[in-house]
Write a new protein. Structure first.
Ligand code: HEA
Ligand code: HEA
Ligand code: CUA
Ligand SMILES: [Cu+2]
Lengths: 102, 299, 605, 335
């Protein structure tokens, strides 16, 4: 399929170094969350671990998936889906989680 | 597009984004919703059901090794890097390098799946499968528990498992006593009171009992015991990791096709888009695991 | 300008070899053929769904009657009478077939495929192969749903909503796939789940394709605010599908896993006791299914109405010979309905044991959906106002859509009101509502669309007199059939019951039900006029020419039926699609008509 | 010919409207008489919505029919142009987004919006009063409800009352810790089975009893599939959810049960105003959620006794008839 190469920067990509840095950051994050798991317990650990996971995901999306460049063209897909996904879980919380413990 | 109107005009009316990329992102959006629903289900069930006396099983209860999960995370992160480097190499017209990176990605994906397979095997060995974990031990379930344990004990005693001699001796003893014990007592004898939750204690049992599993730390002793919410845990675990693994497999197939193309000499810069879209997909698979790992192993 | 109007024919001169029959009509990648394939298969399923409905009606009107010959055809009868599970199976399959195999594939599959490239001036979809796949993914679904009729234990009978634990309960691990809750919820239910999974995958492929096509394949000059309402509606519908369908997919998968592999997502912690079976312990949540299901299925009801609304908007504007009133407001209200549609799913669960405070939130969101719907209704009325209304069959169906949607929508307000829903929930009032929006609106919209685009699809006009007769009979009998359902509901008749002579509130309603059943039969018979007209016109109808309705949109610029690649020259768009009637001697200005200062477009910029 | 179509639409719509006008006067075609304290509010809300939607129904359908009549196409007439869009001030702003906006559009957006908001918020108090757990009647004081546990199964309602003695304990205004714990224990279940069962509980099938003016708190639960505790006359409906116990409460305002000396049974469907049996006074618990093949006949009944004494008389009868056979067996059936 020959796609229209609409504009040059559709393929503008970060350079090699950036990728390596991001990779290192990801690796460190993984170690970090594992370390937190060993040291802390309970909600604090869970919170930190999940925040680290979000950071990792954001890094992958932003750099590896080139969203940094494509954002103006695809934000209208990503933003609603994030809102919907988060909303779905939060709406269900009172019902399924809290109601059960009454 | 064979019938494409001239490129310039499409660009004029549409987004400055190739159809393929747009479609790929749309596909990823549906995938995000898919995994949101799946992970959401897990979170809600996990936060909703368990109580103080019947907590959600920890990794130890269900033979889950955190380090292995962390290793797999690392493997996927590496593969994310290599796939993006493959795209980058192709971008810089280095087809050979791109092929190499593709190959590494494929290998890393395979490593991930192999590790996963071993994890699955340990679950199967310990019968930590949906619908197979014994939770309440009264009524017909108790009877089934009795029969299962009897079979497992016989298996060990007859020497098919590589259990230590001492452990086998303990098993033989338990097998002899089996008909006189209630399912809850059997459970206590196998798991020990530290692992048996309050509600599963047989009435009048003394609190400090060391079970066979505790005593011998014997990984090869495949004895069933009660795990509160074990079924639900197994259901969630297999559903989530299973669908993730299927996605990994899908990615590997595409990598395989690309490598075959390269082998046949048909792979080149003209496939920049293909590599990019595959990469997008692969990163998404990586991201899913980035969330699954802490949710299943750590939190 | 001239450079942009290149000849598609020239570009593809080498491609004009004859395609074999199979490639042209069976495994076609041409969006028009795929659309028509969807049209034919789903109309076939409409007959099946309708036949099931008529059996439902028979049982409701004469609950104790021995059915003379039908009973000997069906295995499940006792002494010539229909068994209760058989009845449950009838309405479950009626609804599943109508919703998942008729309305959704008709609107999105048939009309989506046929109209999108034509109306935006594209030669085909962005991904023709994917498009073909999306049709062929329907076939496993068709087959599975038909197979489920003959499954051991019978076809699924847990309603189209398939609530656990009636639908989801399975035997303890290793005890086979029968269901402890009801025989029909065993094997049949599994086929049902798998079938819907295929429908979901097919729709997902379709929606990715539609969105990409509409965003990226518009012909020059076709800005977003020049797209006809049909396209806007299909566009937003596709987005709805992309966001909502994966959630249904998850729900279906989880229930299939529960049934096939013994997982416990919908089984409560302590397990369940049935008459002769006890399930093992669970740990899941029966209510979770309802949330996941309605998270999809509420947006799905808008998936089932928005495209019809879009089509009706275009048809009304065409035949009222007047610009669509409030074009932007119409677009925004569709978007509003779609957006709000995602946060109202709980209104199906007011009485389900959901937290009542959540119910309040869902209620307010639900009632506010009436606002964009109101805007649409008033805009349709205002379009007819001062028009020059041409009463073609298509226009009659479109106007009936408006009239009927008002009824269906207004009854929605009763149910959206939580306290009133306490009484109304699971009575025939709901059945009345859903048929007014699904049959009397969506299906009439579809009929309007068929009459309207038939000439474009097949190059021939449908017979207008027969069309009008079909309309008149359908319009009268459907109201005779469905309107009394409101009364039944208010009087307290529960839905989903095979025998209405059991309860005190219900038994006096038999005679009204008999009247409705007669109307239903008449309605069914009236459809034969349509079937006859359809096939007669297919071969003998009057040849239509390019633009029989003097419409403005792009598809009427192409030949009827359009050839491969749709347009001889790529159409260049200069105006919005609603320039009708306002310009003195000129009746209408096609979207391709070049700008002319003496004939300004009705659209202000 | 064109005008004919408006007539068709008009006639059909009139017939629909007519049906709704006639139905309230046909005995069995309309809402059954509401006999709980909150049924009046529910009905009022129903009528508010009925009038508002009725108004809009008539308005929109009449306009449609009128336009169809008035503007039926005549060959040769071209319609007049659209009114020009309004300009200036607020409209200038509006026209940035809606180049085709008209004054009337603003009106028909705002007016329905206000009406809809009114409809929505009018529901909230009643809804919360009927369903919200914070309004659940509690033990202590004069408002203490009687309580029973209803466990649904395919296809019957299994009802369990406390023994008359324990019920009396709850009902005394001075309650001690033990009675409170006993009262609350009715709400805690492990699956289908009560976590702390009492041997002297009184089980009955398919009947729920209370007396006139007495709030009854039903702890609703199911042991197999979803059912729905639906009492149309009381304007009560609540699904029974597997694995969960859901409280339902209502207060009847009329009685329908008396002891029939001839049949020696407690019989419902009795109209105390006329002193005659009356099927309008049979209040059924008709399962409203599809639960399998027997769903349609999963019907229980609500028995509302005239007063407290009658109720206890009934409860003690049942208690005795179910006592261990050491006592002389009395044949007193509940119906
Ligand atoms: C195409 C399908 C479709 C559409 C468009 C709708 C539209 C609406 N639906 Fe419906 N609905 C279904 C299909 C649909 N529904 C189905 C299939 C079910 C049953 C599922 C099952 O259980 O099997 C159902 C069930 C259902 C319920 C659950 C009832 C129950 O089970 O207890 C509710 C409750 O709130 C509801 C509400 C609404 C509302 C408020 C709208 C609104 O969008 C309607 C808005 C429109 C108008 C209001 C009319 C036009 C406006 C005016 C004329 C302006 C003036 C009006 C006012 C000021 C009030 N619907
Ligand atoms: C698009 C959706 C759709 C459509 C078109 C219909 C159309 C019809 N429906 Fe259905 N229905 C539903 C969706 C739909 N329904 C849903 C979602 C439910 C809820 C199910 C549940 O509770 O789970 C339901 C439930 C339902 C019930 C309630 C069952 C119950 O609760 O117990 C009834 C009862 O009367 C009914 C009747 C009818 C009738 C008589 C028609 C008629 O209009 C059908 C007339 C049409 C035809 C007859 C087909 C056209 C015919 C031909 C083209 C050829 C002629 C063929 C023959 C004469 C065999 N339907
Ligand atoms: Cu119980 Cu329906
Ligand atoms: Cu809805």
């Amino acid at each position: 399929m020959s796609e229209p190469h609409a504009n040059g920067d559709a393929h503008a990509a970060p350079d090699f170094q950036t990728y390596i840095y991001v990779f290192l950051a990801l690796a460190i994050c993984t170690i970090l969350s594992f370390a937190v798991y060993g040291v802390l317990e309970g909600m604090a650990a869970a919170g930190i671990i999940m925040i680290v996971a979000v950071i990792k995901a954001a890094l992958v999306i932003w750099i590896f998936m080139h969203v940094k460049f494509d954002w103006p063209r695809i934000y209208f897909l990503i933003v609603p889906v994030l809102i919907l996904g988060v909303m779905m879980m939060f709406v269900l919380l009172p019902d399924i989680v809290i109601a059960w413990h009454q | 597009m064979e019938h494409a109107v001239s490129d310039e005009k499409q660009a004029h009316m549409g987004l400055p984004l190739p159809n393929g990329k747009l479609a790929m992102w749309l596909f990823l959006v549906t995938e995000i919703m898919f995994f949101t629903a799946l992970i959401g289900t897990y979170l809600l069930i996990r936060m909703g059901m368990p109580t103080q006396s019947q907590p959600w099983p920890g990794p130890k209860d269900v033979h889950l090794v955190e380090a292995i999960g962390a290793f797999n995370t690392f493997v996927l992160i590496c593969s994310s890097l290599t796939v993006v480097l493959a795209h980058w190499s192709l971008h810089t017209n280095d087809v050979r390098k791109a092929t190499m990176y593709m190959g590494i990605t494929l290998a890393l994906g395979c490593v991930f799946l192999v590790v996963k397979a071993f994890e699955y095997k340990s679950k199967i060995d310990h019968q930590i499968l949906p619908g197979r974990v014994f939770e309440k031990l009264d009524g017909p379930t108790g009877y089934r528990f009795y029969r299962t344990v009897e079979e497992q004990l016989k298996h060990i005693v007859e020497g098919h498992a590589h259990a230590s001699e001492k452990a086998r001796e303990a098993c033989r003893k338990l097998l002899d006593e089996l008909p006189r014990l209630s399912p809850k007592e059997i459970n206590l004898r196998i798991a020990g009171s530290k692992k048996v939750k309050e509600c599963d204690m047989p009435s009048g049992a003394s609190k400090e009992v060391t079970g066979i599993l505790e005593e011998f730390h014997d990984e090869d002793l495949h004895l069933s015991h009660s795990i509160p919410f074990g079924n639900m845990w197994a259901s969630c675990y297999f559903a989530m990791t299973g669908f993730h693994a299927l996605h990994v497999l899908g990615g590997l197939v595409v990598f395989g096709v690309i490598l075959i193309m390269a082998w046949m000499g048909k792979f080149g810069v003209q496939h920049l888009n293909l590599v990019e879209y595959t990469g997008l997909y692969w990163h998404f698979v990586d991201i899913v695991w980035i969330f699954l790992f802490p949710l299943l192993y750590l939190v | 300008m001239s450079s942009s109007q290149l000849h598609v024919g020239e570009v593809h001169a080498h491609e004009h070899h004859e395609l074999s029959f199979i490639h042209k009509y069976i495994f076609s990648t041409d969006h028009k053929i795929i659309g028509i394939q969807f049209l034919f298969t789903t109309l076939l399923f409409l007959v099946l769904g309708g036949a099931l409905a008529l059996l439902v009606r028979t049982q409701l009107a004469w609950p104790h009657a021995e059915l003379p010959w039908i009973s000997s055809w069906f295995l499940e009868s006792n002494g010539g009478r229909m068994t209760e599970s058989f009845y449950n199976m009838l309405f479950s399959m009626h609804a599943s077939v109508m919703i998942f195999f008729v309305i959704i594939p008709l609107l999105a599959g048939a009309f989506g495929n046929f109209t999108i490239p034509l109306m935006i001036g594209a030669p085909d979809m962005a991904f023709p192969k994917l498009n073909m796949l999306s049709y062929w993914f329907m076939w496993p679904a068709f087959i599975l749903i038909l197979v489920s009729f003959f499954a051991e234990g019978g076809a699924p009978a847990a309603g189209w909503t398939s609530y656990p634990t009636l639908a989801s309960s399975s035997m303890p691990a290793g005890q086979g796939f029968d269901s402890p809750a009801a025989p029909n919820s065993g094997h049949g239910q599994i086929f049902w789940l798998l079938s819907l999974l295929f429908v979901g995958v097919s729709s997902m492929m379709g929606s990715v394709n539609y969105i990409t096509t509409i965003i990226n394949m518009r012909s020059p000059g076709m800005t977003l605010y020049r797209m006809p309402m049909t396209i806007w509606a299909l566009f937003i519908t596709a987005i709805l599908q992309a966001f909502a369908l994966p959630v249904l997919t998850v729900a279906l998968i989880l229930q299939s896993l529960d049934k096939l592999l013994g997982t416990t997502f919908f089984l409560p912690p302590a397990g369940l006791e049935f008459a002769n079976w006890e399930t093992g312990p669970g740990g899941g949540q029966p209510l979770l299914w309802q949330h996941l299901f309605w998270f999809y299925s509420h947006p799905a009801v808008y998936i089932m109405i928005l495209p019809a609304m879009g089509m009706v908007s275009d048809i009304i504007s065409t035949f009222a010979r007047r610009a669509l009133f409030g074009y932007r407001a119409m677009i925004l209200s569709i978007a509003g309905i779609a957006g709000l549609g995602f946060i109202v799913w709980g209104h199906h669960m007011f009485q389900s044991g959901m937290d009542p405070r959540l119910g309040t939130g869902f209620m307010i969101a639900t009632i506010m959906i009436a606002l964009p719907s109101a805007i649409k209704t008033f805009n349709w009325l205002a379009t007819v106002y001062r028009g020059n209304v041409q009463y073609t069959a298509a226009m009659l169906f479109a106007l009936a859509f408006v009239a009927m949607f008002i009824i269906g929508g207004l009854s929605g307000i009763f149910m959206a009101a939580t306290p009133v829903d306490i009484y109304i929930h699971d009575t025939y009032f709901i059945v009345a509502h859903l048929h007014y929006v699904l049959f009397s609106s969506s299906l009439l919209g579809i009929f309007a669309g068929i009459y309207y685009w038939f000439p474009k699809m097949f190059g021939r006009l449908m017979n207008e007199s027969l069309g009008k007769l079909h309309f008149t009979l359908t319009f009268i009998f459907l109201n005779g059939l469905f309107f009394p359902m409101h009364i039944l509901g208010v009087a307290g008749l529960r839905r989903r019951i095979p025998d209405i002579t059991n309860a005190v509130l219900e038994s006096p309603l038999v005679s009204l039900n008999q009247f409705m059943t007669l109307c239903a039969f008449a309605l069914g018979v009236s459809q034969f006029i349509f079937i006859y007209n359809f096939f007669y016109s297919l071969f003998r109808g009057e040849v239509s020419g390019r633009n029989p309705w003097h419409s403005n949109t792009l598809e009427w610029v192409a030949p009827s039926p359009p050839g491969h690649g749709n347009f001889e020259t790529i159409p260049v768009v200069h105006r919005w699609p609603y320039d009708y009637g306002d310009y003195g001697s000129i009746d209408h200005l096609k979207q391709t008509d070049p700008p002319d200062p003496s004939h300004p477009s009705g659209q202000h910029h | 010919m064109g005008k004919w179509w408006s007539a068709l639409f008009g006639i059909v719509m009139l017939a629909c409207l007519g049906m709704f006008m006639v139905a309230p006067f046909v005995p069995t075609w309309w809402l059954p008489e509401g006999v709980s304290t909150h049924s009046g509010q529910v009905d009022a809300l129903f009528y508010i919505i009925l009038y508002i939607t009725g108004f809009f129904f008539v308005l929109t359908e009449a306009l449609l029919v009128y336009f169809m009549y008035k503007y039926a196409g005549q060959p040769g007439t071209t319609p007049r142009p659209t009114e020009p869009a309004a300009q200036g001030g607020f409209y200038a702003m509006l026209h940035r987004w809606f180049p085709d906006a008209h004054r009337v559009e603003v009106a028909w957006t705002i007016v329905p919006a206000l009406i809809l908001l009114f409809i929505a918020f009018a529901q909230v108090p009643t809804w919360l009063e009927i369903k919200d757990r914070s309004r659940k009647p509690a033990i202590g004081g004069e408002k203490t409800p009687i309580q029973c546990h209803v466990s649904a199964r395919q296809f019957e309602w299994r009802v369990r009352y406390p023994s008359s003695q324990r019920l009396r304990n709850w009902q005394t205004f001075t309650t001690n810790e033990k009675t409170i714990a006993d009262f609350k224990s009715f709400a805690s279940f492990d699956g289908a089975k009560p976590r702390h069962p009492h041997l002297d509980d009184v089980p009955v099938v398919n009947e729920v009893h209370t007396w006139k003016g007495q709030t009854i708190l039903v702890q609703l639960n199911t042991i197999d599939v979803i059912h729905s505790f639906n009492v149309p006359h009381m304007r009560v409906k609540q699904d029974a959810l597997p694995g969960r116990t859901i409280p339902v409460w209502f207060t009847p305002t009329k009685a329908n049960t008396r002891y029939n000396e001839e049949t020696k049974r407690w019989e419902d469907a009795f109209n105390f105003t006329t002193g005659k049996p009356d099927m309008g006074y049979r209040w059924e618990i008709a399962c409203a959620e599809l639960c399998g093949w027997g769903h349609h006949r999963m019907i229980g009944r609500i028995y509302v006794h005239e007063n407290k004494a009658d109720f206890y008389r009934w409860l003690e009868h049942v208690e005795q008839s179910q006592a261990p056979p050491t006592k002389p067996q009395q044949k007193v059936a509940a119906r």
